[in-house]
Design a protein around this ligand. Sequence first.
Ligand code: NAP
Ligand code: MG
Length: 498
Amino acid sequence: MSLSYKEFQTIAVGLRPNGKAFIDGEFCDAVDRSTFVSSNPATGEILAEIAHCKAADVDRAVSAARRVFNEGTWSRAEPEERKEILLNVARLVREHKNELAVLESLDTGKTINDCLDEIGGEVPNFFQWYAELADKTFGKIAPTGPGAMALITREPAGVAGAVLPWNFPLVMAAWKIAPALAVGCSAVIKPAEQTPLSTIRLAELMQEAGVPAGVINIVPGFGETAGQAIGMHNDVDTVSFTGSTEVGRLFMRYSGESNLKGVGLEMGGKSPFIVLEDAAINDELIEHAAMSAFWNGGQNCSANMRQLIAKPLVEEFTSRILERVKAFKLGDPLDPATDIGSMITKEHKDMVMGYIQSGLDDGANMIMGGGSDLPGHFINPTVFRNVTPDMRIAKEEIFGPVLGIMAMENGEEALRIASDTDYGLHATVFTQDVDRALHIARALPCGTVSVNGFSEGDIKTPFGGYKQSGSLARDNGTEALEQYLQTKTIWLHTQAKT
Ligand code: NAP
Ligand code: MG
């Protein structure tokens, strides 16, 4: 059973968040001893001083990761050993889920319910799922004549870097760390500057679980300092990035200007939610429409913010979604009754408010929402109707709670407008006709299509984007391992002898 508001507040009062870097098994200050602060966006309260890592700290972390990789204590350990230790990580995260969820909620402004869902479920499940793959990832033997045996073997890529966003801090850390460590890489992780606390705490738990010194290193800092230093480092073999398309582009450039490291990119989106005229506007559809847009306050890369509704259904859809969205409660993220927490920063709130203004300027009809009078950086869930494809709110990623309803003539028009974007992360389609569902799902240029419900899939299914939403790399599923593995061919010349 979940705890009460009061119990979460008690946990919050007792927390002493650690803001140190974690390098080679030790918590430490930045080399130059500089710090920045991480605060609670809902209250402005400063939660901890954070070590401000820069190139010199990234250097230390990468050399520790390289040393342990070369020693082989993790990279060449029995796979069962890595499995056991990563299963311990899963267990410890579960045991500490309330504490971690409160820490995450304070650092991000996310609701405690969402933090608990993520940290009680997805995060430990990730460690468990990839732990179980550690001793089940096989190479291949190619067909050859009798004169050779050709072994196609998989080896860990080496030192893996990861640079993370602030919207799902611990989930994103788990998405990168679990597959990287399962196959034997050592890792250097930069959490987002706004949300480093849960990742630093995870490092403590990983050490307790038995992960050897140097295998996991956390270098909190800014993008331009620690992030760039990871991207440009000549001894990082592969880097996995989640964040904006703008910064993803830089990681391609860093690779080209340094050692041509592998680059896996998961970036932004402007995902459509298509309702064809044969769909039934019922409670279930409305729940999916509302959650697809307003889950995590819309600060979600696969948020379905363009809702393309068949013309005959627009009136009914609009009144039903308004009714549902009005029931969302904004408030203290630690209160389990809260549905939508704070935007991450004042700057981010201002940017989202700028988009709301642009919707008004472009002639869209705002039927609910706008700012909020609550202290902190709250924005009421906002719904526009009469949105047209040329408007900025229909084209650009807003990353806040701003939904645009667009009326569609038919499925063909919906498909054309849904596809007419540089992004390609996600789409949802509602129809009762399985032929139309499959045809549209196949035709949409995006990484995940969800039919008759909004979902990003789960741990077993790869997640990533087409076009400028991603590189060919995928997180999740067995596909995620590809970001952290090299392929080696061993061609063994043989002779027929007894
Ligand atoms: P961001 O600005 O791109 O930041 C992401 C990470 O990159 C942060 O750790 C950031 O450091 C770092 N960074 C910033 N500038 C850098 C630079 N010049 N060199 C190296 N690293 C740099 O994105 P965000 O605002 O944190 O997150 C929102 C974006 O992430 C949205 O576009 C969203 O769609 C996307 N996202 C995508 C997915 C997915 O799976 N596809 C999931 C979640 C979010 P700082 O901490 O200093 O900013
Ligand atoms: Mg914070």
